[in-house]
Design a binder for this molecule. Sequence first.
Ligand SMILES: Cc1cc2nc3c(=O)[nH]c(=O)nc-3n(C[C@H](O)[C@H](O)[C@H](O)COP(=O)(O)OP(=O)(O)OC[C@H]3O[C@@H](n4cnc5c(N)ncnc54)[C@H](O)[C@@H]3O)c2cc1C
Length: 383
Amino acid sequence: MDFRLPEELVAFKDSLRRFIEKEVLPHEARVQRDGLDRGLARDLSEKTRAAGWWFLDLPESAGGQGLSLLGMSVFWEEVSRTVAIPARDTDIFGPVVGPIVGGLQGVQAERYLQPVMRGEKRVCFAQTEPDAGADPAGMRTRAVRKDGYYLLNGRKRFITAADRADFATVFAVTDPVEGMERPVSCLLVDMTMPGVRIARLQETMMGERPCEIEFENVEVPAENLVGVEGGGFRLAQKWINHGRIRHGARACGVAERCIELAASYAKQRKTFGAPLADRQAVQWMLADSYTDVHATRLMVQNAAWRADQGEDVRAESYMVKLFGDEMGFRAADRCMQIHGGIGLTLDLPIERFWRDQRSFLITEGPSEVMRMAIARHVLRQYG
Ligand SMILES: Cc1cc2nc3c(=O)[nH]c(=O)nc-3n(C[C@H](O)[C@H](O)[C@H](O)COP(=O)(O)OP(=O)(O)OC[C@H]3O[C@@H](n4cnc5c(N)ncnc54)[C@H](O)[C@@H]3O)c2cc1C
């Protein structure tokens, strides 16, 4: 068994590390305070394009680079070491193509995928509803098939970047098909279609403002159905597994940076006549975070590598998201504790890491739902 990363990924990791340190970290404090302005985002994205880092995970058949999931886990870990790169919705590494749009074919690809890749259109992913978050099966948004179009009615909540999107991939219940009472289908919905309205921007503790979208008698052309009726959840499945592995990889980047900050501060800060680094209570926090990162990285790389070999990694991806997100939050929390009051200020990125990591215990699948899915797997397998 060889646990080392392939040479090309080691080189990729080193280049990304240098890029983040040289081009991104100098802006970190400003971005933490004021957000990422368009000018800086454009400047950085020109540099990442020149470095050949756009559309890394998009298949080559769709014009991307087809990087392996193991390669993407290296990428996600490195770019998560700074709060200057937003935890959600960043186009610094090329326009966000999204889970569904990358797989579009034919006319749909011409009308939606290609404009996104050229940076002419933006997409958002609209699944969550006021009464259907962790349990999307409770979805109420309805798309009724008429002559040549679907009549769409309903409401979506917490949709990232919907206010800047040109179209949305909207999940809605369609008419019953054989074997499915409430099939969920995916539609491409232009934000300019009559009846689409951004009802609210929700302020959050992370500074992000996801949107509530209202759909009232929207006539969506039948050709905007993605895949087949009832195939909505299946479309997103592969991406969701990958997304969970991304959470684990991200947590490794966050936690490693937090360990660096905490170790450096513990060496220089003295209390009661000795550096914090001499105290066992502080050493144990560092040791626990370090051990946590090691365990998570092994889990992430194992799941990513196995997915690349074509294995079913659903159970592993649940464990990676659960363990990774909880460990990233623990590491940020310990780092904050070691820093004392200064850890709560905007002079350091810790508070932002802490808020972002706290949010990941809820979004894209709360920890309890991950445990529920893992438990189902355990009970199927044993006893
Ligand atoms: C900043 C942000 C951005 C987002 N972006 C998007 C987006 O772009 N597109 C999109 O579709 N959605 C998005 N979401 C929605 C997000 O994925 C949901 O908030 C998440 O899935 C949880 O759903 P909910 O908030 O409705 O919580 P609920 O489903 O109401 O759950 C509430 C809590 O109940 C507990 N719980 C739930 N089920 C169980 C169970 N079976 N057992 C035990 N406990 C349980 C958990 O602790 C959970 O946190 C975003 C949310 C936020 C905050």
